[in-house]
Unconditional design. Structure first.
Length: 561
């Protein structure tokens, strides 16, 4: 499962879906198998505080997703799979089926593999799976790779280094070099906290600090603080536009929270709801010039606490924080420096990036969580022999989840097949294939988007509108609104087309494509004044990056004036 989460199987249109189905299908299967094993062996079930919190969080996610009009079932299954993974590892540790260190060796092994891949990519021997970054490891997002490598460090320096000194130095150095190459500021912060915990827990360093005079301690403290401020300023200025963009995202996210503070907007729906909110924000006349320049289509909050609050409300945030606090508290009581450092790193990294959706990182964290929960001296309760009824219910639920996930798997695999057919210009076959499996797609926005495009190809604009509208319940991807606008124009629903294009124009104030299409729309309707207004906006606009497409829009606008 861990290995599959670190590679792209090539079965789906998005590489991240390989990670998704690896954890979802295999965690459901492993937990169902474990229940059968425990029943046959007549093993008891221990319930720890952490396990109960994880269970209640899973129940809350299910109830919340089912209660909203358009719940994102994909994310619900992912969150459920996390609980199943945690429970499987927790009980497997307790039953001594697997060991904590054995499992951590596997994570550490993959951390080394990722580091080697980064070095090979740096040397130019192999390419990166990312279109935007030359070094990304085996994953499409280099941030996930970097955070995963950071999360491997606690095991590497607190356990592996003590038992294999020279190999520990070599392998941890390899992790460190890869981290430098990935240039992820969030990972640097996580690594910094791991190193701090390592240093202050080292006996030799403690002795050195103890021998310092009061004056020396003050001087060193001031120097460390000054160094931290310098590093913080450098990290901010190194990617200033990116940092300012995140500050703006946090500002709008805070406003969103006030609208639905208790129950949130629904798990997996941040991207959809945030960008619509951003579009309405600029449409209402708010926003400084700087905010308009930095605004873009946003996929995540770049702050785990904000995203948890928006997704699950204050209740969901409470569950997330409870897990972090409980793990840190137990680790401190047990004086487990390895787990103290990983928890502190996760807490710190969560302030500037996503954590739960970074599947390999969260699996590693859940493994630590399960290991320390299993080591708790007291359990809340025990079920000595799981009744047949419990086994039956759990098995039915497990098989049901596997079946539902397998249906989604089939839909996404079909989408990849249709995508390959379309590249071969076999559009009719691709469209028929997508139509046959559309019922299996459920809340998959990427499937609905592509099916909508295939309907457009067949000039079935009315049906395409229905499918694309359904996709818009789950995503605010500009591509959906461009496709909707095209269909509306074909059906002579010009006002709807205008609204769809303006949604993108306000969402991304520096977007040229939406304004170019509005200019063409107004031209076709002989609305000369509006067309000229759009042309002037295009000519005077300064997008973040000038592309060939952007240059074309500007030249066309100049001719139109």
């Amino acid at each position: 499962m861990i290995g599959l989460c670190m590679v792209n199987t090539g079965l789906f249109i998005y590489p991240s879906l390989s990670q998704y189905f690896s954890i979802v299908l295999l965690s459901f299967f492993s937990l169902t198998s474990l229940f059968f094993y425990m029943f046959i062996k007549k093993e008891k079930i221990d319930l720890s505080k952490t396990l109960i919190i994880m269970f209640l969080w899973a129940v809350y996610i299910v109830l919340q997703t089912l209660s909203i009009p358009h719940g994102a079932y994909y994310d619900m299954y992912l969150m459920l799979s996390y609980f199943c993974f945690f429970l499987s590892v927790f009980e497997s540790f307790r039953l001594k089926i697997i060991s904590k260190n054995g499992l951590m060796y596997i994570f550490f092994f993959w951390g080394i593999i990722e580091s080697v891949i980064c070095l090979i990519q740096y040397a130019g021997i192999i390419g990166s799976p990312s279109k935007y970054f030359n070094i990304a490891g085996s994953l499409e997002n280099p941030n996930v790779t970097a955070m995963f490598i950071t999360a491997c460090f606690p095991f590497g320096i607190f356990y592996f280094l003590r038992r294999h000194k020279y190999w520990g130095i070599i392998l941890n150095s390899l992790l460190f070099i890869a981290l430098l190459l990935l240039e992820c500021r969030t990972a640097y912060l996580g690594l910094l906290i791991v190193i701090v915990v390592f240093l202050i827990s080292n006996k030799k360093i403690k002795d050195i600090i103890g021998k310092l005079s009061k004056k020396s301690k003050i001087i060193y403290s001031v120097l460390i603080l000054a160094g931290a401020l310098f590093v913080g300023s450098y990290l901010y200025l190194h990617k200033k536009e990116s940092a300012d963009g995140r500050l703006f995202i946090w500002k709008l996210s805070a406003q969103m929270i006030t609208s639905k503070p208790v129950f949130g907007y629904g798990y997996g729906l941040f991207e959809r709801n945030y960008n619509i909110y951003q579009s309405n924000y600029f449409k209402s006349g708010y926003g400084s010039e700087k905010e308009r320049e930095n605004a873009d289509h946003v996929n995540m909050a770049y702050n785990e606490y904000i995203e948890q609050w928006i997704n699950g409300g204050i209740i969901g945030l409470f569950f997330y924080l409870s897990i972090l606090v409980l793990l840190f508290w137990v680790a401190v009581k047990q004086k487990n420096k390895e787990i103290i450092s990983i928890t502190a790193a996760i807490v710190l990294m969560g302030f500037s990036n996503f954590i739960v959706q970074a599947i390999p990182v969260w699996l590693l964290f859940l493994t630590y969580l399960a290991s320390i929960s299993e080591q708790e001296k007291k359990t809340v309760a025990s079920i000595r022999k799981p009744p047949v009824e419990i086994l039956l219910v759990c098995s039915v639920l497990g098989i049901g989840l596997i079946y539902e996930s397998a249906i989604f798997f089939d839909a996404q695999y079909t989408l990849k097949q249709a995508f390959e057919l379309s590249k071969e210009q076999k559009m009719e076959q691709a469209s028929q294939l997508l139509k046959q499996h559309v019922d299996k797609a459920g809340a998959s926005e990427v499937y609905l988007r592509n099916f909508g495009k295939s309907l457009i190809f067949n000039k079935n604009y009315s049906d395409a509108i229905l499918i694309l509208k359904k996709a818009s319940y789950y995503t605010s991807n500009p591509d959906v609104f461009y496709s909707l606008a095209f269909c509306y124009i074909q059906n002579e629903q010009y006002k709807d087309a205008e609204n769809a294009l303006y949604t993108v124009a306000y969402m991304i104030p520096t977007n040229l494509k939406s304004r170019y299409q509005l200019m063409l729309l107004y031209d076709s309707l002989n609305q000369t004044e509006q067309a000229n207004q759009m042309a002037n906006e295009i000519v005077n606009m300064q997008p973040k990056v000038i592309t060939k497409e952007g240059t074309f829009y500007k030249e066309a606008a100049k001719l139109n004036r």
